[in-house]
Design a protein around this ligand. Structure first.
Ligand code: SF4
Length: 381
């Protein structure tokens, strides 16, 4: 059998010709693989993908919706995830959970990420070693049996597994409040990672005061830079992580657009800083932002504080409304943007040739515990 490293090296070299192909050729080759595979292949496109990739996707959604749709699909034999690394991991965990593999007679679904460099800057701000260190240090000053670890779905599988092992849970930006309710019903404190902003915005809206939300800085060697008394008083311990895309929005952007566009409604994603959320009219997940725009009467004026590809697409799909990006137009997810038609075509043709590349496979033990935390989330209403 060929060494996987050699196979990966050979496949990476073969990517070059695709990078030189004309767009029309790429599209027709991608379509040929799609037609050939039919319902056995699912191409998933995250809302933040560029339009030319979204146009070739079978399903469009946020990270969890896409993984769920893929996991519940019975015909699918391969998933090509046009998103980022943690999304492909989640798809692998859900699509290849033991009950599903057994139902398929032992066959796994290959989950392919067309570009391995497509990571997530937020997910990268919390790694398992740093979280384990945090947990050990917390145990020196408080009873960790009183702490429920909660990870945002935008995190590595190892962190989801950590939550599974320690009675914790996963959340998304649309169910974070319900998940925190669940967590507080189990234990009086929460350790929330990796996004401090989603944790803070959600907990503040639920009535937790800022003085009970110490921020754990993993760069600080002792107690994340906190006094033991601050940790002991803490109800929600927030990991010092953020999304580099949503962090660009500032309160002055909200004030500026209100001055320039009378009657505008400002809606932002809860990964934005709290002072931005506080000045906005609405805050909600990607799915909520889309639903609010779809439900609004013609002529509604919006400023939307989230990833630019989605905002521009909403503007094109809703010409009856006036849609502005919030702030300077820099809010493109740079890693999501790495995926293009060339990489999609390259990964599809390798898959079709029986030499799949960039297959994301979570090891069994990590997947087992991560699934525990994901299933707890699914049970939260
Ligand atoms: S938009 Fe932010 S949170 Fe989402 S994938 Fe990109 S870096 Fe990660």
């Amino acid at each position: 059998m060929m060494n996987p490293m050699n196979l990966a090296g050979a496949a990476v070299r073969s990517r070059l010709p695709y990078l030189r192909m004309e767009p029309d050729e790429l599209v027709s080759r991608i379509q040929a693989v799609r037609e050939n595979w039919g319902s056995k292949l699912l191409i998933l496109g995250h809302h933040y993908q560029r339009d030319d990739v979204i146009a070739l996707a079978d399903l469009r959604g946020d990270s969890y919706q896409l993984s769920e749709m893929a996991a519940s699909n019975k015909q699918c034999r391969a998933i090509v995830f046009c998103g980022v690394h943690f999304m492909a991991e989640t798809a692998d965990i859900l699509a290849n959970q033991p009950a599903h593999v057994e139902r398929r007679g032992g066959r796994r679904v290959d989950v392919v990420l067309p570009e391995l460099e497509a990571g997530c800057s937020m997910a990268d701000l919390a790694d398992i070693d740093a979280v384990e260190t945090c947990w050990r240090q917390l145990a020196d000053v408080i009873d960790v049996d009183e702490v429920t670890p909660v990870t945002y779905i935008n995190s590595a599988a190892s962190l989801k597994a950590f939550c599974g092992r320690h009675g914790g849970i996963v959340c998304t930006s649309s169910n974070a409040a319900a998940v925190l309710d669940w967590a507080f019903a189990q234990r009086p404190r929460v350790l929330f990672f990796p996004d401090q902003h989603l944790g803070r915005n959600t907990a503040l809206a639920m009535g937790t005061t800022p003085d009970r939300m110490p921020v754990w800085d993993p760069e600080q060697p002792i107690l994340g830079g906190n006094q033991a008394t601050a940790i002991a008083a803490g109800r929600v311990i927030l990991w010092r992580g953020h999304c580099s895309v949503h962090q660009v929005f500032l309160p002055e952007h909200v004030r500026d657009i209100r001055r320039r566009v009378p009657g505008i409604k400002v809606i932002v994603h809860p990964e934005c800083r709290h002072d931005v959320v506080a000045e906005a009219d609405l805050a909600g997940s990607t799915g909520r932002i889309i639903r609010e725009v779809e439900a609004a009467p013609p002529g509604t004026r919006w400023a939307i504080g989230t990833e630019l590809n989605l905002v521009k697409r909403l503007g094109r799909e809703h010409p009856e409304q006036e849609i502005h990006p919030l702030g300077p137009s820099m809010a493109v997810c740079p890693t999501m943007f790495l995926i293009d038609r060339a990489r999609l075509c390259w990964s599809l043709e390798n898959l079709a040739a029986g030499t799949p590349v960039n297959v994301i496979r979570v090891d069994d033990e990590t997947a087992r515990w991560a699934l525990v935390a994901l299933k707890r989330m699914l049970e939260v209403k």
